[in-house]
Structures are given as structure tokens and as C-alpha cells.
Ligand binder design. Sequence first.
Ligand SMILES: [Zn+2]
Length: 449
Amino acid sequence: MRQGDGLGTPRENDAELRPRHDAGAPRENDAGTGPGDGARDRMIDRMAGERFAGARLWAAMRAPYLASALFALTPLVHGTAPPRPSADEHWNVHLNPDATAAAPVPELGWWLLHHVGHLLRDHHARARPYDTRNRPAPATPHHGRDHQPRDTPHDGLDPARRWACAADAEVNDDLGADLGADLGADLGDAPAGAISPETLGLPDGLLAERYADLLDLIDVPPQLEPCARPPFTGPPAMTGLERELLARAVAAAIEARGTAPGGWRRWAEATLRPEVDWRARLAGLVTRGLARAAGRVDYSYSRPSRRAAAAPSIVLPALLRPLPRVSVLVDTSGSVGRAALGRVLGELDGVLRAAGNRRVDVVCCDTEAHPAQRVRAAAQVELVGGGGTDLRPGFEAAGEGADVLVVLTDGDTPWPPRRPRPYVVVCLFGDRHEAPEWASVVRVPEESA
Ligand SMILES: [Zn+2]
């Protein structure tokens, strides 16, 4: 077990797998000086650590296919942790000492399964498009195209909270009846106020991105609350590669058993065969970008407002909802095969047709942006270029006036230093390079592309 890591009081937690003690019984004194605050704190911390270990075993017995993930969690016991267990992206579970020591083991176990659900599904990284802290401030909020995106379709439901609710819906979908059938009577259902497709009245089996879209359309009942965020991010216990290997091992265990709930089986399928998944991810991200653009309200003077009749001497702005404009930027430097580009462009056409888009602007770019081609289908574009790569001029040309910008590249390019105005989806060929954090990434495996 991790020691106190300098963020709370020092720990002496080696109690992980010790037998449980009666929670009410005094345990130890400090060298005969009486049960002072320090000794009491240590006792509670130790009880919390033991409770965590018991909860982890409880969870591993109910979902054996998740055992290796549950044992990869690192407990961080500290007084600033929220009352309910929370987890950060580095697989640290933040445990409030008092609340954890008093919590029933099955309830803690449920929360560990919940957070493993978030972590294996990479929800922390998928949350980035919803994180308003990453958004640039609008340059000219009162006119023109640089208006504020419509972020709060419902009162109080900001994008980060909408994502938290959507991610909980995806995770808790698998922590309901399917799992409960194997559980003892002491668990009951999910903790009161937990968000699930059922408590939201939404269909089950969807991805969090889809739930986030649907949450635009409904009000979240006030008694429902997504899980808490930890107050800080603890140290990474695993490298990215180790996390990936862990995810693949868990996915293989799920497939081998075949008894996991449906959501976990779909996740395992996508994890073990990512080439199945990139198409779904591309469709999901582009649809999301279009929906976001369509939700923006543009104040425009180009069409008179109906209220203008009541105030004939003043031109009032009219509300317009322009059709979202989609541009595609294709890296034609030669490092990405033409056949691979063609296949992804064909896939993109299917997504755009399904969304009702009839035209798309395509810009080819090597070290310079070639003239935009306006085509009915992206796959019809003439791929021009070759040589080196610098997509920055392409971003400028293709991003102009676009609401959604889809970029096809292997990522071996300098990137614009700041988030461009359109919603950017990067189809990244292979795994040799990264895209900036402001882009939503679809990793296209080379062998399938
Ligand atoms: Zn959660």
C-alpha cells in the first residue's frame, strides 16, 4: 500500500491484507501515552486501508474478470478526500479516512467497480472535449462568428457536469441488475442518487458521448448526482504502456469468461479489435461536432427580426441557425498511403450523409495548402501534394468558416499552437505520433486503413 505521499498525515499503512478488526474496539496507543489524536488518526487510517482491502476482495469475487484492474488501484487515504471514494486518472483511489472506516464493505466495493469502469474506459481522457478550462475565450463575444458556444442548454448543466453524468450512465449501466443478480442481499442496488440509464430514463448500452448528447434534451432529476472528483491527482503508478497492457489483459479475461455484462463485453471487443472501433469513434465525434455547431445560435443582422416591426427605427439582430460547415484537411505529404486516405474519406462520407450534409470542402496540404475543393463526397477529392509536411497552413485554409474540421494525418507535422475555432477531429494513422490535446483523436490502425 502507498504511504502517505506527503499530502496528508504520515501513514503507517501496511495493513492492507490484515484480518479485519472490530470497528469499535480501541487498537493501540502511542507508547503508553494514551490514545491521542495522532494515534486515533493512524487507527482510522488503518481501518480505512483494511476496509479498502476488504472491498477490493469483495468486488473481485463479484466481477472476477476485473480482478487485475481492481488490484492495480492505489489507495490514497487523506482527509481532503470527498466522503465517497473518488479516483484520478492515475488509478489512485482517494479515500476519506472517517467515511471509509465507517462505510459498509459492499458499498465501498461497488464504488471500486464503478471507478474501475471509468478508468478502463479511459473516461478521464474522453472528458477533455467537455472540459471548459481547455476552451479559448471567445475573441469577440458580441458579434461575428466568434460567439460563445451554447454550453449550457439546461440551467446549471455545464459541459463538465454533463460529461460526469454521461460517464456515470455508461459505467453504472453494467453495475445494475446484471451484476446485482450475483450479489448478496447486503448490497441492495446502486447507492442512492447514482446516475444510470435507468434512473435517467434513457436507453441502456450507449457510450458516454451519446449520453452526453441525450442529456442536452432532458433535465437530470435533482436527486441524482455524479460521482465526486478527487481534490488533486496523485502520482502515476503505471506507465501508459502498462495501462494499455492491463486493459488488454482485462479485455481478454472478459472474452474468455463470456459472462460479463453486455457493456463490458462490448468494451472488450473494441479494446481487443480497435479496427472495429475507429469507425464508430469517427462517427461519434463528427456527429458530436455537428450537433454542437447546430446548437450554436448566431446573432445576425442579415435577416430582419420579427420584433423589428415593433421598433421600426432600430434594426434588431435575428436568430439564425446556420447549417454546420464541415471541412476536411488531408495530409498528402506522402507519408500516409493514398489507399488508407481513401478508405477513411469513404467512411467519413457515410457519416456526413447520415447527418444530412451534402457538401464538404477538402483541402490537401503538404508543406502548403492547396486550393480547397468543394465536393459532394470527400472520397471524390483529387489528392494533390507530396514531399514534406506542415499542416499549419492547411489548418488556416480549411478552418476558415468551418464548424467541424476533420484532419487526416499520421501526425508527423507541426501543429497550430492554439486550439483552432472549429471542432477538430484528427484521424491519426498509426501510433508513431500524437495530436495536440485540443483535438479529438480517432486512432486509425495502419493495417486496417
Ligand atoms: Zn463516476
